[in-house]
Design a protein around this ligand. Structure first.
Ligand SMILES: [Zn+2]
Length: 310
């Protein structure tokens, strides 16, 4: 069984235009830096259109085609930092919940919100879980808060009361959203103050991997997802397997599988999934050994614990 804890059902009007511009610029800077500056409007059409998923059915079919049994939908809320998008955050959460209810064996939806919205966000979280069947909370601190800010604490308390998991982005982002808030060390306070809360930190905290690994290794309740590692795989498979070996040596029971689909590998999703699933055989080609048991834990066993499913 394969559980992917990090997915997004995205429509263009779920996030304001400034964010899409930043997203396209980062993609250019990463994949093909160019001078003179590229025609952003043209590239936005080219890059953003394929991500726009009018009904959410594409997330479902994409996961299925890649052999992923279950995915976790994580709505994104950057409205307080940039400006509220055309589709309100309440409506986005409602649509994510609706999609998950339509495919209960394939999807789990988390509530995604910015705690800076205060009581209305707390109400949304409660409604999402109690009435819409959502099963966790997604935080994106780069929208403008630290995960250990006191304004977030009522959300952790509620998550603990509702017995649901919190997944938070860790690591840098791109303008206009702020990298500094993604530093993993701030999660240490949350681990100390909410030892019963199940927490997943995303992206192994990249580029603060060492810090994230340390924080996860000292807290029983903090897990890390590997969403975003496909870049390493596609650049150099040997590096990917060596890195995965190091992560599993330190966090054999804490590392969970994630893809960031539909922002992540997209058309190469299956290639990424297969590379992980077949790590015991393919790792050997690069001089790296994995057991079936540890890959099973990475692909589902650890996620079941992190999501409170077992
Ligand atoms: Zn993501």
């Amino acid at each position: 069984m394969i559980i992917d804890v990090h997915n997004h059902f995205v429509q263009r009007n779920f996030i304001s235009e400034d964010w899409w511009t930043g997203w396209v610029k980062r993609r250019i800077a990463r994949d093909a830096p160019t001078l003179p500056p590229p025609d952003l409007e043209k590239l936005k059409k080219e890059f953003v259109t394929p991500v726009h998923d009018a009904t959410g059915e594409r997330v479902v079919s994409g996961l299925e085609a890649a052999g992923i049994d279950m995915g976790v939908l994580l709505p994104l809320d950057f409205g307080m930092l940039i400006r509220d998008p055309e589709t309100s955050i309440v409506e986005q959460n409602r649509r994510n919940a609706e999609l998950a209810r339509k495919y209960p064996h394939r999807l789990i939806a988390f509530v995604g919100l910015d705690p800076n919205r205060g009581q209305s966000a707390l109400d949304l979280f409660e409604t999402g879980v109690k009435e819409w069947g959502m099963r966790g909370l997604k935080l994106h601190p780069c929208a403008g808060f630290y995960v250990n800010d006191k304004c977030v604490y009522p959300f952790y308390e509620l998550a603990q009361d509702l017995n649901v998991t919190v997944l938070t982005h860790l690591g840098t982002e791109f303008p206009p959203i702020r990298a500094k808030y993604g530093q993993p060390v701030f999660l240490d306070d949350v681990g100390c103050d909410f030892p019963r809360l199940r927490i997943i930190g995303a992206h192994v905290g990249s580029p603060w991997d060492t810090e994230a690994i340390k924080i996860a290794s000292i807290h029983d309740n903090i897990y890390l997802d590997i969403a975003g590692r496909h870049f390493m795989l596609f650049a150099n498979a040997g590096d990917f397997y060596r890195n995965l070996r190091m992560l599993l040596d330190i966090l054999p029971y804490k590392l969970v599988f994630g893809t960031d689909y539909e922002f992540g590998p997209r058309e190469r999703l299956k290639e990424y999934v297969d590379a992980v699933r077949e790590a015991p055989r393919r790792g050997r080609e690069h001089g790296v050994n994995f057991t079936e048991e540890e890959i099973d834990l990475l692909l589902s066993g650890n996620a079941k614990r992190a999501l409170g499913m077992d």
